[in-house]
Every structure is written in C-alpha cells, then in structure tokens.
Design a protein around this ligand. Structure first.
Ligand SMILES: [Zn+2]
Length: 158
C-alpha cells in the first residue's frame, strides 16, 4: 500500500496535494522524486528555467540536474509549507521525499521548496497557514528577512 494518495490540497486552493494514507514515522522514504536527468549545460541553454523559480529543478551533482516537471512525477504535487513535515533528500542520482517528523494519517505531506529571498519573493505567496508561515514561499533560513520574528526562531533552531 502506498503511503500517500492524491487529493485536493488545503494549501494550494487550485491544486492537488499528497496526503498520508497511514501514520508515517520520521525518517521514512515516502515517494521518489523522479524526472529527467539533464546536464547543467542543458539547464543553462533551456529557456524553460529562465524566469520562474525552479520549483521542479533539483541539483543532483556538479554535472547533472533533475527536471521533475513531468506528468509521471507524482511527487511534484507536494506543496510547500513553512512547517514542512518532509524533505527532499538526495542519494546519488536519486531524490527521495523523506518525512522529517511523524506524519499522521490524513495529513498533507509538505516540503520546504527552499526558495531564496530575492526581489521577486512577493510572486510566491504561501497559504500554508502554519504557525511558522511568513506569508511567502521562502526557505527557513531567509524568512527573518520578511518578518523579523523569525530571526529569534532561527537562533534557537541552530
Ligand atoms: Zn507558509
């Protein structure tokens, strides 16, 4: 039995998300993040990755990236949350979505998209409504730039 199912998302009002079908222990590989392995040169040459944040693009190593923007990559449906319960973990040329805390049956599975803070951060509002939400999709380490209250949390976490 799969650990996840596809359902209309609570975070992305217009989209779908992945939900836990049973309680998942921390450190569990939930789903593999799959796609086309492309060279860095291909990434640089393609205008596909020019303007938007590379939501589906992963750095695998010095030579290769993984382009997960393909219909057969179910893991691309995972939404960002500022209190994410899973993370992308790379081993070799493979990327897995791994739980970083216990996920209860019925909870939406979420990751931190890891966007840096830059001038266009307002293009990516976050609707996760979690206690850690800074209102935009920006990685944990940079959230204090948007809301100073996260500066304190950052120090505690380190
Ligand atoms: Zn959020």
């Amino acid at each position: 039995m799969k650990l996840y199912k596809i359902k209309k998302s609570n975070i992305d009002r217009n989209g779908r998300g992945l939900y836990a079908t049973k309680n998942i222990k921390a450190g569990t590989k939930i789903i593999q993040y799959i796609g086309n392995i492309i060279t860095k040169k291909q990434t640089e040459d393609s205008d596909k990755f020019d303007n938007s944040k590379p939501i589906y693009l992963f750095n695998l190593n010095k030579r290769y990236d993984l382009d997960g923007d393909v219909s057969w990559n179910t893991a691309r449906l995972i939404n960002h949350s500022c209190s994410n319960n899973a993370e992308y973990e790379g081993t070799g040329l493979k990327i897995w979505v791994v739980s970083n805390k216990e996920i209860k049956k019925g909870e939406e599975i979420t990751c931190d998209y890891g966007f840096g803070y830059d001038s266009d951060f307002r293009q990516f509002p976050c609707e996760c409504k979690s206690i850690n939400c800074c209102g935009y999709i920006v990685r944990t380490e940079s959230r204090w730039r948007i809301n100073k209250k996260f500066k304190k949390n950052l120090r505690i976490n380190r």
